[in-house]
Design a protein around this ligand. Structure first.
Ligand SMILES: [Fe+2]
Length: 367
């Protein structure tokens, strides 16, 4: 007897080098006006924006480009761009970039058709359709190209918060590892760590199932094969593997979401501007220590797939992201309160009261 589960992954994924050129015609069914959003540099530097513009011209699809999605985009920026998309009468939204432009594209797709407040956006409280979303990742990290999740910055509560539902999955993703070939070392490492924590946490999640295990075990194995190259800074031979890890792990978290490691990493990104993947890596030692205590068998299975012992994994993470942070008790209190509000904590299978989270922060960053 297998356990009961559900698995929903409606995105049509086209994966491979040069894939956008050969498969762009699939965008034709989405309408004749595209609003393209990308970061200040990511779209141009990766070559993805040029490929996309060429494809849209060939397909005779009118388009408007916005090259200025913020890192960790704010809900305010998405509100503004929702109005821009509406004024342009966009029939679909294309997001090009790392997690920030892709996450923003999902919010814009909702806001272009729904005049709603921030609260209504995060509660999924809207009645009109969502514009179709096309995702073109230029990093191997977020997995946003195959998830419904959009994580935005909320300045009024000083943290990041996510939303997503069946309507905010991309309809199509063009996943081309070539767009990551020229990424700098720090971005490569930080995004790779994000992808790794996705498959690791998705495997740990209490919502994991046989199907997500199949994805995550394979993604963990592939990531383990990238370990030495990541430590050596020699990325040429692992770009394709990292992109596949990112996409497979994304399919995992699309179903299971993440766990407490992500929840605890968000305040480090918000207050210390630590890149998202690096923030997760900083939390990792306390996370695996807690899993060893409360979920030892599941941790062992993840480590076996990864091909690393627990101490080896911690050393790997701390080598890539040295921990130079010391938090005051006041900071620990604030961060713990914020982390505890994230629903992902409850999916970890470890104690997650505010006091438990404070103890984990103390273990990592206490004086
Ligand atoms: Fe993440």
């Amino acid at each position: 007897m297998f356990e009961s589960f559900n698995f929903f992954m409606p995105t049509e994924v086209f994966f491979g080098r040069g894939i956008l050129k050969s498969k762009a015609k699939h965008m034709k069914k989405l309408g004749c006006r595209a609003f393209v959003v990308t970061g200040a540099n990511s779209g141009r530097l990766s070559g993805a924006l040029a490929d996309c513009e060429n494809a849209l011209k060939e397909l005779d699809i009118a388009y408007k480009v916005f090259e200025g999605i913020e890192n960790n985009p704010s809900v305010e920026q998405c509100m503004e761009l929702g109005k821009t998309a509406k004024a342009f009468s966009a029939s679909f939204i294309i997001g090009i970039g790392g997690g920030s432009p892709l996450d923003a594209a999902k919010a814009i797709a909702v806001l272009a058709k729904n005049d709603i407040s921030t609260d209504e956006l995060f509660l999924g409280n809207y009645s009109n359709e969502v514009l179709p979303i096309v995702a073109i990742p230029t990093t191997s990290g977020t997995g946003s190209e195959v998830t419904p999740w959009s994580v935005l910055t909320l300045h009024d509560v000083q943290t990041k918060r996510g939303f997503g539902n069946k309507n905010t999955f991309p309809i199509i993703s063009f996943v081309d590892p070539a767009y990551t070939d020229n990424l700098p070392k720090d971005v490569t490492i930080n995004t790779a760590l994000d992808a790794f924590t996705h498959c690791f946490e998705s495997f740990i999640s209490l919502k994991a199932s046989t199907l997500t295990d199949a994805l995550n075990i394979h993604a963990l194995k592939l990531f383990g094969e990238c370990k030495d190259a990541l430590l050596n800074g020699d990325f040429d031979g692992i770009r394709d593997k990292l992109m596949l890890v990112s996409t497979m792990a994304g399919m995992g978290i699309a179903v299971t979401s993440t766990t407490i490691m992500h929840a605890m990493g968000y305040p480090l990104t918000y207050f210390y501007e630590i890149p998202h993947g690096a923030a997760n890596a900083l939390i990792l030692p306390a996370y695996v220590n807690a899993l060893e205590k409360h979920r030892p068998q599941r941790l062992l299975e993840a480590l076996t797939a990864l091909g690393m012992a627990k101490d080896e994994l911690i050393e790997f993470a701390t080598t890539l992201v040295p921990n130079n942070i010391k938090l005051s008790e006041n900071e620990i209190n604030i961060y713990s309160q914020q982390s505890a509000t994230q629903g992902s904590c409850a999916k970890t299978g470890i104690p997650y009261e505010v006091s438990d989270i404070s103890n984990m922060y103390r273990e990592l960053f206490g004086g």
